[in-house]
Design a protein around this ligand. Structure first.
Ligand SMILES: C[S@@+](CC[C@H](N)C(=O)[O-])C[C@H]1O[C@@H](n2cnc3c(N)ncnc32)[C@H](O)[C@@H]1O
Length: 328
């Protein structure tokens, strides 16, 4: 018997199937309409994802990227909490379920999963896509509005991906506080822009204030060493481009890089990376330049040369976002 396909491949196939039968021009138009809505004023009073065409366009166009960004954040988190796996998961503002797929790709196995969102068409399509993965068959897709009245049932892991951006400041605060009250671990992912980073830092401060320990990306739970407004901490996840992407964006590249900012924190003790590579490493002749965020909160450039032997080999393989030095 063949081994089951990993979740990333199952998801890709399920998303490709979504556009079957839809004329490519119509799919591209739905994506363009959606991009225009997102460019408009968010937060909005009503869901942007109004019907199946909107949601199918969102899922086919954005879900591969949000999935890869969340998976990348969860992998860094998993490295900082070896031996821990969530026994239950709630994804708030989960839309079509990208984070449920990413949790399943990171920890495998089955667990009770609840996806909350105010857009019914997103939940319905999420359920349809999730039918492709037996581990996600029993996910509860529940309508819920994020706001002052939000309370979450107790759960091991809460994920909030690409949602804070759509909320008012009081609703963002209510959401992070509700997540902190309900969960053992919270992972928040936002676009890798200066504003996305600022929202992540705001959430990180609230989580630390609520007694959480930062597990990733930061090597510490002290204040971020980036002086506000001078830079932003973000990472990059590689995403295969579908034919829909090529149609909407043009060009023929087989992939694109999704930039994201994130924080992963837990109530229980964590073992964060000794330092983290916070920019793409620069490989020069005989040396690698690594920009690191370090345990004593500071940003520091280190040069690893051939003279460092195995460490040099590791530096040549190091990627933006990796822990440094790599675990033995
Ligand atoms: C950009 S999508 C992200 C979806 C998913 N988390 C992902 O990463 O692909 C933002 C989601 O937040 C939901 N959302 C926005 N404001 C909300 C609110 N006030 N209450 C509940 N859901 C909300 C939207 O319906 C949408 O599904």
């Amino acid at each position: 018997m063949n081994a089951p396909a990993p979740p990333a491949e199952t998801l890709r196939a399920a998303l490709a199937g979504l556009l079957d039968g839809l004329p490519p021009r119509q799919a591209a138009q739905a994506v363009e309409r959606l991009i225009a809505s997102y460019r408009g004023a968010t937060p909005t009073d009503a869901p942007i994802l109004r019907d199946r065409a909107d949601v199918a366009a969102y899922a086919a166009y954005r879900m591969p990227a949000t999935f890869e960004a969340v998976r990348s954040a969860l992998e860094a988190f998993a490295q900082a909490v070896p031996g821990w796996a969530p026994g239950s998961h709630t994804d708030v503002g989960g839309g079509t379920g990208a984070a449920a797929w990413a949790v399943s790709a990171t920890w495998g196995g089955e667990r009770p999963v609840t996806v909350l969102d105010w857009a019914e068409p997103a939940l319905a399509l999420g359920r349809e896509i999730a039918a492709a993965d037996p581990a996600l068959r029993d996910v509860r897709w529940q309508r819920s509005r994020i706001g002052a009245a939000l309370t979450l049932e107790s759960t091991d892991l809460v994920t909030v991906s690409y949602v804070l951006n759509e909320l008012t400041v009081p609703d963002r605060t209510a959401l992070v506080d509700a997540a902190a009250a309900a969960a053992q671990a919270v992972v928040i992912v936002e676009p890798g822009t200066p504003d996305g980073y600022a929202r992540v830092i705001e959430a990180r401060d609230r989580l630390v204030g609520a007694g959480f320990h930062v597990a990733a990306p930061c090597p510490h739970s002290a204040a971020c060493p980036i002086a506000p407004g001078t830079d932003w901490c973000h990472f990059s996840a590689r995403v295969s481009r579908s034919s829909l992407h090529r149609q909407v964006k043009g060009g023929s590249l087989a992939y694109e890089d999704e930039k994201f900012s994130y924080v992963a924190a837990a109530r229980f003790p964590v073992a964060p990376a000794p330092s983290r590579v916070v920019r793409r490493p620069q490989i020069r002749k005989g040396q690698v330049l690594l920009d690191l965020c370090e345990t004593e909160p500071s940003l520091h450039r280190t040069t690893v040369t051939k003279r460092h032997g195995d460490l040099y080999k590791a530096a040549r393989d190091a990627d933006w976002g990796d822990a440094w030095p790599p675990a033995p």
